[in-house]
Design a protein around this ligand. Sequence first.
Ligand code: PEP
Length: 239
Amino acid sequence: MVNLDKYSSIFIANWKLNGNSSFLKDYYEKLKVNSNNCTIICSSSIYLKSLKGNNENLFCGAQDVSFYKKGAYTGELSASMLKDNNIDFCLVGHSERRQYFAETNNIVNIKTTNLIEENIIPVICIGETLEQKENKLTEEVLSTQIKDSIPNTANHQNVLIAYEPVWAIGTGLTPTLSEINQVHELIKNFDQKYINFKVLYGGSVKSSNSKEINELRYVDGCLIGGASLKVDEFNTIIS
Ligand code: PEP
């Protein structure tokens, strides 16, 4: 398992349903990994194997994993298959999976358990919708997501949490810096057992705001969608 304690910050690129072989080749030629940071590229599963270079601080992450371990589940990819292909990280519970693929906290919990068993670090995504935020439900929503999606086997070395307000993903909107810091502090303090968990921020991170977000006391890195598709932009973010 990757030693997370080694890194001052963690940056994850979530390419979603984008990229092809020539995009990948060009991206990897231009990517400049900073050795103080852990950089993780989450491409579509079919490209995962072609990503593994020889930089020890650069890792591959899957964007999803099957709920099932094996069997008659056509089209699925198990945690053990990811491990067999040297994948070190996997996103779980991304808001797009919760929204479009009916991923519940219970499903996230089981996927997380399966990944931990295979020594793959799950990146558990949590976040409130705009309606929930406006109704002052952020704390309640996040605490339920944490309680129900994080299994007892999780600890600060085998799991990452990503706080991604749903309304900030792909919209260009972000919470204020103090809101981000406060929510991250809250997440780490829901229970004493989360105090040392690394919590990444995601939602419209770009080169113009990444530095100030990443410097916040309770922020341990960023999860980046749209801006990670432009390698120069991503290089600035991770530099
Ligand atoms: C994401 O997909 O997790 C994300 C944060 O996207 P974006 O950076 O585009 O808001």
